[in-house]
Write a protein that binds this ligand. Structure first.
Ligand code: MN3
Length: 207
């Protein structure tokens, strides 16, 4: 079975930017919901869990056609939330460091320019979806939006950082003020973690 990634901080640790109730429901109910649903579908077909999840989603045509949509949705939900909950922290490492700093500067000109583009992209998501910073097979950084729980891995892109733009991620605290949630994301993103994810991604072979 695929496993939950532990939360490295308390539900209230990201306040005032994300409140305790939102974190509790988001992690305990939404995230674990995707994971439990995915495992239950895969158990129903006696899947052997041979591949890491980011590989499974690239082999979706090996699964029964009637299950592919639900598998992709829930696997994407798990992958996206594994990233989201790991990349956030109350530690205030909110400025790019080391390799990710160099890469952001060379791909976007400056952190300020990157941040502006990321926020602008996020503001264009309609309905439920995500904005991601991804590493392309050519080792470039790009910003993309995806719908629902679509994971960048299905396009051969490795997600480096991502913001959850589903209402369940912000509505209890922000209601309709999604732009405030997007701006505040930059007060709780941990670039030490993003840097480690980036360095790991550089070593991986993309699809
Ligand atoms: Mn979510």
């Amino acid at each position: 079975m695929y496993k939950v990634v532990d939360l490295a901080y308390n539900y209230n640790a990201l306040e005032p930017y994300i409140d305790e109730r939102t974190m509790y429901f988001h992690y305990e109910k939404h995230y674990k919901g995707y994971l439990n649903k995915l495992n239950s579908i895969l158990n129903s077909i006696n899947y052997d869990y041979k591949d890491p999840l980011e590989v499974l989603v690239t082999k979706i045509d090996e699964f029964p056609i009637e299950l592919r949509g639900d598998i992709l949705f829930n696997a994407g939900g798990v992958l996206n939330h594994d990233l989201y909950f790991s990349e956030l922290s109350p530690k205030k490492n909110t400025m790019p460091v080391d390799e990710i700093k160099k890469a952001i500067d060379s791909n976007f000109g400056s952190f300020e320019n990157f941040k502006k583009k990321f926020i602008e992209s996020a503001s264009h998501v309609v309905g439920s979806g995500w904005t991601f910073l991804v590493l392309t097979p050519a080792k470039k950084l790009e910003i993309i939006n995806t719908s629902n729980q679509e994971t960048p891995y299905i396009y051969g892109l490795i997600p480096i950082m991502g913001i959850d733009l589903w209402e369940h991620a912000y509505y209890l605290l922000y209601q309709n003020r999604r732009n405030e949630y997007i701006d505040n994301f930059f007060n709780i993103i941990d670039f030490n973690v993003v840097n480690e994810i980036y360095k790991k991604a550089l070593k991986e072979k993309t699809a």
